[in-house]
Ligand binder design. Sequence first.
Ligand code: NDP
Ligand code: MG
Ligand code: MG
Length: 330
Amino acid sequence: MLEKYYDKDADMSAISSKTIAVIGYGSQGRGQALNLKDSGLNVVIGLRPGKSWDLAKSEGFEVMEVADAAKKADVIQILIPDEHQGAVYREQIAKGLTKGKTLMFSHGFNIHFGQIVPPADVDVVMVAPKGPGHMVRRTYTEGKGVPALIAIHQDVSGNARKLALAYAKGIGATRAVVFETSFREETETDLFGEQAVLCGGMTSLIRAGFETLVEAGYAPEMAYLEVLHETKLIVDLIYEGGFTKMRNAISNTAQFGDLTRGPRVIGQESYLAMQEILEEIQTGAFAKEWMLENMVNRPVFTALTKADEEHLIEEVGKEIRATMPQFKNL
Ligand code: NDP
Ligand code: MG
Ligand code: MG
């Protein structure tokens, strides 16, 4: 079992006298920076001039060029998109990352796959919230937190774990729970989860169900409500109490169909595909494909995104959600 930490295990004094540079003010950057500031910590934001710069400034932060933030801070948390981190690190962060500082990430991709190779005289740690940035922020303001992972890649100071835990407390994560993992385990499981289950698996499952019903002549609105809209209601039950709570809540008929038909949908072929996908992650083949894709300006990413945005399920969904009050302001 993994080591677990809570509020009582984290001591803010490990970070309270330090300056933290949050590089990027997007999903994670904004959520983490606002929480750190509200926890009384010293935060500056590193960016390039533009929309994020203006937003961070209007929300009360000292904003500066990435290179200046890296130079000024003791702790540098890189929260720009993974595919840009290598270049920004080499061109703007490396010079300011002097002996004794801490380099921090919320995902292990660039360290694990060697896109960033930090000097030997700095600490390198990860504090990775297991939730999107707006949830990191929202739960904090509600007095709660999202769970997070910490990992230590280099511990020159001997204080890397204490500092990672103090940062995790600053963003509210120790109010939930913090697990300790490794850069390798976080990177590989995170990529596998989003590809095979959470994002890739989920959208493919929903789309396949929708297309099957529509091709069989059922109304697209019915197909949408049945296979997309209801997904959340079922997932919420699984989230709250596992498969058992969900199965207690559905009808016996639904449960019998679930138990006997589900394994036919996700059968041997899906297990083999999952194994292959995991291997591509473990061997670095996926990381290489994604880095090369970025070098040629993302033709596959762009074409596939566009095709899915134009899918009937998106069109029908937009119309249906416009009629339901709970989707106003989302
Ligand atoms: P975003 O895509 O939201 O980051 C966008 C931010 O990065 C913007 O502020 C943007 O500024 C800035 N940025 C982009 N390029 C540059 C650049 N060249 N120089 C300076 N600033 C730049 O990132 P995420 O928050 O999604 O991801 C950040 C990290 O957190 C990643 O490592 C990711 O894997 C990890 N993570 C993300 C999660 C999530 O839910 N999104 C969950 C857990 C981990 P501008 O406005 O100028 O473009
Ligand atoms: Mg991820
Ligand atoms: Mg039903």
